[in-house]
Write a protein that binds this ligand. Structure first.
Ligand code: ADP
Length: 536
């Protein structure tokens, strides 16, 4: 741990004083200790990661830095002076600004108006002309490489990825000294734009705190990291010298095993649960696959190679332009997810975008879990809260979702617990085939392990799983077989020990070691396809 309680007055004083430092910061909510004597130091011109499982205290620390939560104890200093903001506005006056994961933009106002909040509200809008606001907005958009966005557009009308970019650009505008980015890539398909903006802020000497669950991304942009566990800062490491294993160990307190699941022999003579021939449309150019009972089939691909289309077609959300789907050996022509669930032994889909496609934020976690069962659970159309929680419990147990969360509004739970609840819902349907699209995207390692355990247990019980993952280690750990999609086709199929990160990466970029280079199929020519898919 870096020393956090005041260092000797050395010749470095001038430099080291250009930092944000928190020492012994503690915060409890009743009996829950959210932060206990946490220490962290953010240096000017450095990108520092904050890592930790769900519930480790990251958001609490961010809220304290932002002035939204007042700590019970501890001291913070900014550029050597006491820093104790009592509101987001006070923090901003000290040039500390945050891009929130949940986005703090006002949906009914324009892009430009959002940029100028709270100044706009404070001074009274009549004094600032509409034209002036738009001009300022356009300037800010230009500064952040976002000229394609109309400054007059209403925030609520923009796709999620654009809203996230605006949230980030606004924070950067206000962050003269400290910029806090809370899961900034949660809705961004690629990191180029973000990393460029971070690079510019860093060059200006801004200290940047970067919160993300994606370690590869953290390694790319951050030089050091502080790990929180159970509200305590476990340590600060230089990322160049710490292995992923070291970091996971600090996060969870024990080594995380990355053993591959023993390869399973699938009975080739048995009718596959799911058999697809020449499926086309929605980014696919003739995909065939089969999935047996008890099998976990992974899909790996770079962004925009047809994976979304494949899952949405199989889930009944889109209609194929060609090809055949067989479920339990019978031709299937379902046209929506409910019909997919009723087709043969059932197909259940875990969508990619939990906030917009998955959860009903205002309803309890239990209601969200039992949603597909409602006609079965309720008596004469009425279902009590207790019945719901009882019905949700077995699936919640499978994903290690703490039963105390079942009664809470799902929107109030952490992202990890929301994802566990959605996975529990997918299992609760009783379907024998699960389609999981990036099932652990953006969740912490502890939640990942619980979801992996649930997937493995489901396959052990004879269930079939088709999953796509944007994280290769996940495919290596889980998949019995793996299909690599490239340009809307299955480019390679890998089995057993061939499912290794290097082999996967080579196949994902269209490299086939056994074929002359010329044989590689053309990928989709422009990333526009990927962008369009992600902008949904
Ligand atoms: P993280 O962001 O790392 O997931 P949090 O800072 O959100 O962690 O939470 C740390 C702990 O504090 C958790 O146990 C959480 O339930 C608790 N907590 C956070 N905010 C509140 C609150 N407003 N009321 C009660 N408990 C809270």
């Amino acid at each position: 741990m870096t020393d956090a309680t005041g260092r000797p007055d050395t010749g470095e004083r001038h430099l080291s004083s250009r930092e944000m430092r928190a020492a012994g910061v503690s915060k409890s909510y009743g009996a829950t200790v959210a932060l206990e004597h946490a220490d962290i130091a953010l240096k000017a011109g450095e990108v520092h990661a904050l890592l930790g499982e769900n519930g480790a205290g990251k958001s609490t620390l961010v809220r304290i830095f932002t002035g939204a939560v007042i700590p019970d104890r501890g001291e913070m200093r900014l550029h050597g002076e006491i820093y104790a903001p009592r509101s987001i506005i006070e923090a901003r006056k000290r040039e500390v600004a945050t891009a929130f994961q949940e986005l703090s933009l006002v949906p009914n106002l324009s892009v430009a108006q959002n940029f100028l909040l709270p100044a706009l509200a404070g001074r009274g809008s009549p004094l600032i002309s509409h034209r002036h606001v738009l001009a300022r907005g356009a300037e800010i958009l230009e500064r952040h490489g976002l000229t394609r966005i109309d400054p007059a557009a209403r925030i609520g009308d923009l796709p999620l990825a654009e809203r996230q970019r605006i949230e980030i650009a606004r924070a950067i505008e206000n962050a003269g000294r400290v910029l806090i980015l809370d899961e900034p890539t949660a809705s961004l398909a690629e990191t180029d734009w973000l990393f460029e903006q971070i690079g510019k802020a860093r060059a200006r000497g801004v200290a940047i705190l970067y919160i993300s669950h994606r370690l590869a991304e953290v390694r790319e942009i951050c030089s050091s990291a502080t790990v929180l566990r159970n509200g305590r800062s476990i340590g600060t490491v230089g990322l160049a010298s710490a292995s992923d294993g070291d970091i996971f160990e600090m996060m969870v307190g024990h080594r995380v095993e990355h053993a591959r699941r023993p390869a399973r022999a699938v009975d080739a003579a048995r009718t596959p649960r799911l058999a697809v021939e020449n499926l086309a449309g929605h980014g696919l150019r003739g995909v065939s696959l089969h999935l047996g009972a008890g099998e976990i089939l992974g899909v790996a691909a770079l962004e925009g190679q047809g994976q979304r289309g494949l899952f949405r077609l199989l889930a009944g959300l889109e209609t194929p332009a060609g090809g055949v789907i067989r479920v339990d050996g019978k031709l299937a022509a379902y046209r929506n997810p409910r019909a997919a669930l009723r087709c043969g032994s059932g197909i259940s889909y875990l969508p990619e975008e939990r906030k917009t496609e998955g959860i009903l934020a205002g309803l309890s976690a239990a209601t969200n879990v039992v949603l597909p069962l409602l006609p079965r659970v309720g008596r004469a159309g009425f279902i009590g809260r207790r019945d719901e929680e009882k019905a949700a419990q077995p699936s919640a147990d499978q994903v290690a979702l703490n039963p105390r969360y079942l009664g809470f509004a799902i929107g109030d739970l952490s992202g990890g617990n929301q994802q566990k609840a959605l996975m529990a819902r997918t299992l609760a349907t009783g379907a024998r085939t699960l389609l999981l699209f990036d099932p652990t995207r953006g969740v912490d390692v502890g939640t990942k392990e619980s979801i992996y355990a649930a997937i493995r247990a489901f396959a052990e019980r004879g269930g079939s799983v088709l999953f796509y993952s944007s994280e290769l280690p996940e495919i290596v750990q889980l998949a019995d077989r793996c299909l690599v999609l490239y340009g809307g086709q299955v480019f390679r199929e890998l089995q057993g020990d061939d499912i290794a990160e290097q082999t996967l990466v080579a196949a994902m970029i269209g490299h086939d070691p056994c074929a002359p280079a010329a044989r590689a199929p053309a990928p989709f020519a422009t990333p526009a396809h990927a962008v369009a898919e992600n902008a949904r």
